[in-house]
Design a protein around this ligand. Structure first.
Ligand SMILES: C[S@@+](CC[C@H](N)C(=O)[O-])C[C@H]1O[C@@H](n2cnc3c(N)ncnc32)[C@H](O)[C@@H]1O
Length: 255
């Protein structure tokens, strides 16, 4: 289990003493984060994708599927899921903005969700939680209709045609979202990638149960339609610094 955690990003470094020193530093830092994740009360992790079980603080197995509101949030408020959340900037900011809603940031990389989870924990944001698993397996961790809304923030665009199915707005992924979303649930994508934006528009057009609510190729060129569009993720900051335009698509998914 521990090896899987350490090598979640597949590093390849040419060996020199200087680089070896850097690897040790990176690994030490990551190991500290992985170890802290194991005791955070707002983090749940799946360590083995062949055995989709969630472990919470102290490695306790928690049967969260269908029970997020009852066992974790302890309220009946709607749940928004942020996919590919990285450092969880949207999850943390949304939970501050909407205390009467629940938010879950999901990413496969532990060292990234550590950032959002520690921030939410130190601010006592009881409506924010983090889930470390693969998006492909979300149906293992949520019951049908358990989720009200999905945010997808700056996902990898997987530009090669052969990787089309890995794009988080492909027909394959919309099918996965339908397994856990309420009928008429909202899915919103923020991206810097024009090919991913165009691909998303094509996917929507081809899906007669997918209703396009809003789309914009350069959101900051006009007044924002929702205050939360103002939040910037880590990757968004980098894209803006390069002068890239930020795109947004909001859809309603019917089952
Ligand atoms: C480009 S980063 C964006 C992170 C963050 N949303 C931001 O904007 O700063 C894409 C994220 O997607 C995550 N990711 C990619 N494929 C995934 C998968 N199949 N399941 C879970 N997370 C995944 C990566 O670990 C990474 O953190």
């Amino acid at each position: 289990m521990f090896l899987e955690c350490i090598f979640e990003e597949h590093f390849f470094y040419p060996i020199s003493l200087l680089v070896l020193h850097e690897i040790k530093k990176v690994s030490k830092n990551k190991l500290r984060k992985f170890s802290e994740l194991l005791s955070l009360p707002n983090v749940y992790q799946c360590f083995d994708w062949h055995n989709p079980v969630l472990h919470g603080a102290g490695m306790e197995e928690v049967p969260l599927k269908g029970n997020w509101k009852k066992l974790h949030f302890k309220n009946e408020n709607p749940i928004t899921l942020e996919l590919a959340c990285g450092g969880g900037e949207y999850t943390v900011n949304l939970s501050r903005m909407y205390p009467n809603r629940n938010f879950i940031g999901l990413d496969v990389k532990g060292a990234r969700i550590w950032k959002g989870a520690t921030k939410a924990n130190s601010e006592k944001l009881s409506n924010a939680a983090f889930l470390r698993c693969r998006i492909e397996q979300i149906y293992e961790f949520f019951e049908p209709e358990e989720i009200d809304e999905i945010w997808i923030t700056f996902p990898d665009p997987f530009l090669r045609d052969s990787k089309e199915n890995r794009r988080l707005t492909s027909a394959f992924f919309l099918k996965q979202y339908r397994k856990i979303l309420k009928s008429g649930g909202i899915v919103q994508l923020k991206t810097d990638s024009t090919p991913l934006y165009d691909f998303t528009m094509e996917t929507i057009k081809a899906d007669d149960k997918c209703e396009l609510l809003y789309h914009e190729k350069d959101i900051y060129s006009k007044p924002l339609i929702m205050p939360e569009l103002e939040f910037k993720t880590y990757y968004e900051g980098m894209h803006l610094a390069k002068g890239l335009k930020i795109k947004f698509v909001r859809i309603k998914l019917h089952i």
